[in-house]
Design a protein around this ligand. Structure first.
Ligand code: ZN
Length: 378
């Protein structure tokens, strides 16, 4: 209850302003009496726990003092943070009825009201209000609507929203979200062609190329799978762990392993340990095991990595039959350690997982979960 006294602030401000106008002293006195009377009435309702009527009375004072909207908005935000959504909604709805407010303020109040509705799970009400702001080019309305469509898995509405207002999608995270909406919609409708629309986005995204490659691979179209995954490997080499084995398989099916080797050689210094290990395998296949051991040792000195270390142990064991058993046992310990480590981590909130989620289950960001990096990563 005590927080409602916060509403005294605009009254005090309005009173001070009015009283400062010496030329209109008598008029100010009359207005002040009106304010005090209305305020006392509102406060009495609140003290009698008739909060709706109390708020309504206090909101009515806005007609006298429109400058005080900010204070009411702050109060509503405080209610929302405390989970008292019905009270926040009440304030925002009453503010919207004030005829004296300008268009920008009203727009801001609609956004705040929509946030109340979203938090209360009243998505239809929020959507109804937010859609009305789109013709004004309100970017925050776009963000909130996209959030609603993500929560309700309404990929079609999200995609339609983007196609209607592409210029309102400014932030890179929004464009990444759009690309993933196309991917989700394509999976839902079992129509891969939908994903191709996301390739025109002016933004580096991972999932469309991955899904297109995966779809081509699944139907045995290895040429197309190579085309998509090769581009993805060059664009985002640290994502290699999620598709490099299948990519190699595609080259194998087409008897083009030499082309795969060229690709790996070209990317070996940009990619993570998975690409370096694959490079070593090519060296070994051409009987250059010593070179592979030297390359990997030097690489691990620069970028220590437990998975690379495990593979180095394998190579050393294969070259030293007398200590093979000992090193193999040591490597088993290292492998046991690796098995306890998460393969994926969210770069936004730190969420870790053994599964790749395109939308982080914790912070809901799209494509923020990436193959782990560093000592335990790839
Ligand atoms: Zn996250």
């Amino acid at each position: 209850m005590i927080e409602l006294l916060f509403l005294l602030l605009p009254i005090a401000a309005g009173y001070g302003w009015i009283m400062g106008r010496n030329s209109a002293k008598s008029q100010a006195h009359i207005i002040n009496r009106q304010i005090t009377s209305q305020y006392s009435k509102g406060l009495k309702f609140l003290l009698d726990r008739e909060e709706d009527q109390g708020l309504e009375h206090l909101i009515n004072l806005l007609e006298v003092s429109a400058d005080s909207v900010e204070h009411y908005l702050t109060l509503a935000t405080m209610f929302r943070r405390r989970g008292e959504l019905d009270r926040a909604i009440k304030i925002h709805e009453l503010l919207l009825k004030q005829p004296s407010l300008d268009a920008a303020t009203l727009e801001n109040i609609v956004i705040e009201l929509a946030e109340d509705y979203i938090m209360a799970g009243l998505f239809d009400s929020a959507e109804h209000h937010l859609l009305k702001l789109l013709s004004h080019g309100n970017c925050r309305a776009i963000e909130l609507l996209f959030g609603i469509y993500q929560q309700t898995s309404d990929w079609q509405k999200g995609v339609s929203l983007y196609e209607s207002y592409p210029k309102l999608f400014i932030k890179s995270q929004q464009k990444i979200a759009v690309a993933n909406f196309y991917c989700e919609l394509a999976l839902e409708k079992q129509n891969t062609k939908i994903i191709k629309k996301s390739l025109n986005l002016d933004q580096l995204v991972v999932r469309p190329l991955f899904e297109l490659g995966k779809s081509a691979h699944n139907r045995g179209d290895y040429v197309k799978a190579i085309s998509y995954w090769r581009d993805l490997l060059i664009q985002s080499p640290f994502y290699a762990p999620i598709f490099i084995y299948e990519l190699e398989q595609c080259y194998q099916q087409l008897n083009l392993l030499s082309d795969f080797e060229k690709l790996i050689v070209a990317e070996v210094n940009r990619g993570g340990v998975m690409i370096k290990i694959r490079y070593c395998k090519f060296l070994i296949e051409s009987e250059q095991t010593e070179e592979a051991i030297l390359f990997l040792s030097q690489s691990l000195q620069k970028h220590p990595n437990i998975r690379g270390f495990s593979y180095l142990l394998e190579l050393v064991a294969s070259k030293n039959s007398d200590i093979n058993d000992l090193i193999s046992k040591l490597n088993q310990l290292v492998q046991s350690y690796i098995a306890t480590k998460s393969e994926f981590q969210c770069k936004h909130c730190g969420f870790t997982s053994h599964t790749l989620y395109w939308s982080c289950p914790s912070c809901k960001h799209w494509e923020s979960i990436v193959p782990s990096r560093g000592l335990d990563g790839f």
